[in-house]
Design a protein around this ligand. Structure first.
Ligand code: NAP
Length: 329
């Protein structure tokens, strides 16, 4: 396993950050999916993964709790948790008590002494820039003060944010309150790479999530015509996605080589600002595939700009059209 420093933090994190969004049923159950997810998490820890993403919204922390409660590596694990405060229902008010409650709940669920990274998010209803840009200015000082207080108590390490959009990302960077950004970034969604140089020059980190576009960017799903009708990627909303993927495969065939999966995960880590990629892992084989893929050398950094340029004229030119049917909370 490769390890990298996240921005200018003191966190030495594995290149793979385990994403548990689909790794178990949403409530404790002894079903195949949850058993496979538990095995995947145990195997990832055995392989040296020391960075775990989670959210109370996924409903899968019960499975993580089972693995972590008496795991010998529990103390070495870094956690990054989603922290949407305010959420849409909070009527654009920041509640410090809710912020702390979400952290306390995660510390307990994950058997952790500290949450290394908070992925803070500010949501409005509707969750549009029109509302979120001014909201940020109204609440950021309170958020920062609350974070500092919890940092002093030893509960949290670093504050990062998923800003949803580039304008909100720029605002967050300029505020000086964050150790970095967390956002979707993959071969088909390259918009956040517009901020990579700015992040680098400020010494901040970037954590990409969804590197496989929910499984589209894998050898198993690369061909839309071979998907079973109940596969989530067979939905009509993925048609344009597959069209763009076809163009990318044609243009970058040499760089992709024998495995689209391996290329996709290496692409997400091609730029030096990207330290650790949050990827959804549901089976031991999936973990194994990515661990081996990342043994290959880093892709040249310029692949990011080349893919972005090639896809900018495609049907996914507007990032919102590339979004999947699943709501990205
Ligand atoms: N707003 C947010 O903060 C936010 C939003 C979305 C996601 N996330 C985080 O990011 C993580 C990743 O997102 P994601 O799961 O949507 O997208 P992803 O990482 O691009 O795709 C993961 C999916 O790809 C398939 N897969 C994984 N490894 C594979 C391998 N080696 N070979 C073939 N297929 C493989 C699995 O699907 P199957 O098992 O179905 O084949 C898995 O569910 C989530 O778990 C979550 O932690 C955060």
């Amino acid at each position: 396993m490769k390890y990298r420093t996240l921005g200018q933090t003191d966190l030495n994190v594995s290149a793979i950050c385990f994403g548990p969004m689909r790794s178990a049923s949403r409530q404790p159950e002894d079903d195949d999916k949850s058993r496979r997810g538990e095995q995947a998490l145990r195997y990832a820890l055995d392989c040296g993964v020391n960075f775990l993403h989670s959210s109370y919204e996924y409903g899968t922390r019960w499975m993580m709790e089972r693995v972590l409660k008496d795991h010998p590596k529990r103390g070495e694990v870094h956690h990054v948790i989603k922290l949407p405060v305010p959420d849409g229902e909070d009527e654009e008010q920041f509640h410090p008590a809710k912020f702390e409650m979400r952290i306390d709940e995660a510390l307990q669920d994950l058997h952790a002494e500290r949450i290394s990274v908070l992925q803070w998010m500010w949501r409005s209803s509707p969750n549009s820039d029109h509302k979120r840009l001014p909201l940020f200015g109204r609440i950021i000082e309170d958020v920062s003060k609350t974070f500092d207080r919890l940092h002093d108590k030893g509960k949290v390490g670093y504050l990062m944010t998923y800003p949803y959009t580039l304008p909100c990302g720029r605002l967050a960077l300029e505020s000086g309150h964050f150790a970095g950004l967390i956002a979707p970034f993959n071969v088909l969604e390259t918009e956040f790479s517009d901020l990579f140089e700015d992040l680098s020059s400020r010494g901040l980190g970037f954590m990409p999530f969804r590197p496989l576009y929910q499984g589209v960017l894998t050898d198993q799903r690369a061909d839309a015509s071979s998907l079973s009708s109940d596969d989530r990627c067979a939905a009509d909303s993925y048609r344009k996605v597959y069209k763009t993927l076809g163009m990318v495969r044609e243009t970058f065939g040499d760089a992709i080589g024998s495995s689209l999966t391996a290329f996709a995960v290496r692409f997400a880590l091609a730029h030096p600002v990207c330290s650790s990629v949050i990827v959804g892992l549901n089976t031991v084989d999936q973990v194994d595939g990515l661990v081996h893929a990342l043994e290959q050398p880093r892709l040249p950094t310029d692949i990011v700009a080349r893919v972005q340029q090639a896809t900018s004229t495609s049907v996914l030119a507007e990032p919102s059209h590339a979004r999947s049917a699943e709501k990205d909370k």
